[in-house]
Design a protein around this ligand. Sequence first.
Ligand SMILES: Cc1cc2nc3c(=O)[nH]c(=O)nc-3n(C[C@H](O)[C@H](O)[C@H](O)COP(=O)(O)OP(=O)(O)OC[C@H]3O[C@@H](n4cnc5c(N)ncnc54)[C@H](O)[C@@H]3O)c2cc1C
Length: 449
Amino acid sequence: MRFAIAGGGVAGLAAGLAVARAGHSAVVVERDDVTAQDGPEGAFDVVRKGIPHFQQPHTFLPRGRKVLRELAPDVIDTLLDAGAEEQDLAARLSGPRQPGDEDLVYLWVRRPMVEWALRRAANAEPGVRLVSGRQITCLVPGASGFHLDNGEEICADVVVDALGRYRCPPGWPRAQAEPSECGSIYYCRYFELAPRAEHLAGPWLLNPRGDLGYMGFNTFRGDNRTFAVIFIVPTADRELRVLKDNDAWMAAARACTPLDVMTSPDHARPITDVMPMGGLANIDRTEGSGIPGLVPVGDALCHTNPMFAYGLSFSLVHAQALGRASAAHTAPGDLTEAYFADVGPEARERYTFALEFDAARNAAWSGTPVDLSRRDGCYPLFAFAAALATAPHDDHVLRRTVGRVGLLDRVSVFDTDDDLHGRIERIWPQLTRTPAGPPRDELLRVISP
Ligand SMILES: Cc1cc2nc3c(=O)[nH]c(=O)nc-3n(C[C@H](O)[C@H](O)[C@H](O)COP(=O)(O)OP(=O)(O)OC[C@H]3O[C@@H](n4cnc5c(N)ncnc54)[C@H](O)[C@@H]3O)c2cc1C
């Protein structure tokens, strides 16, 4: 079969690789002028107007790593050679390893590098043709291809919509969907560790994160001794938008624990300015457009609050499912149906969770009391924040929590485990919880010019 893939981000490139490795041919068309570079050095200089969040920190979840190992182990090798690092959370277990623990691994790498490695593999794949610097203008009726801005028509049996979350060409068919605002803005900055410094070790499961009661922060490792810090601020809190300023941002970091240590000159130096990112929404298009032979992957299918970091992993999951469907079906309509049946339920349950979590956290940050210490309190926060905080203290909680936040398990595995919930409820009161930063008025005083 011939696949015409619209969009050459992570989902489009992975879809191209997946169908080519299942024995088909694919043309991947990307609007930005990106070419496959030889080395990773150029990955960060690529101008990606089509992806405003290109330089934002990205966590590569255990599920994404697992799928990438199955789909394209060569890409994992390329990333590790280029300085990506694996973090094996099974090393935190106090008891012996069990089957499945080999997947409890995060892959720390900055997003431009992920795209670079995928593009390099797609470029070398005999069944894939990459076209860059060409805009797709419209779909050919019946999804038998699409037109480009130079008048060329790419003919295909199946069209893959990998156009991402932003605007697609006029008249491009997509399932109707109502966006739900996440209600937060990100203010992120990347750092490089000082020569003799190491990533901060501590009681946290992954990396330091904190909730100040009115905003929060998270930290992400990257490749090559880099890491990022993000302040997550409610969209409604206009005064805190001063965090877009480098000096204000650094003053806020100095006021929070352990960001004060992480961002001190002895520990690390900033390698970017503050990168603000708003306009974040959840969208579910898993109902499909109803057009046989038109298959959305990645953000075009569904996207959620980036806090959960599902996007890259789901892009790979969708690519893998497309490869599977293309191996099992020769009629585009059957392929489309099988694909939606495969990926829809899991995307929908994560979308539902994201909406519930956003509502709970936005309520908490606007002053509504929430109880995350009990399953019958605020369940979305219990199943995320309380689970992450208690996971380092109990092997069963660790496995189930990484299974849930790392996208390895369906949510029912966590949600129906009464023993697990009891363990979290028993551990939570024993944890020392000191505020991660000052009250809002005090923070504002510190960061205001
Ligand atoms: C702030 C932020 C933080 C995030 N953090 C994480 C994280 O920690 N972990 C994680 O896994 N995910 C994260 N995500 C989500 C992740 O970035 C997305 O899920 C991922 O980018 C989806 O890839 P995609 O290929 O579907 O879309 P995109 O990356 O948006 O790619 C779409 C491509 O289509 C091209 N295109 C668009 N229109 C046309 C056209 N007309 N013609 C030709 N080409 C076109 C664009 O130029 C672009 O290259 C984050 C997202 C945001 C916004």
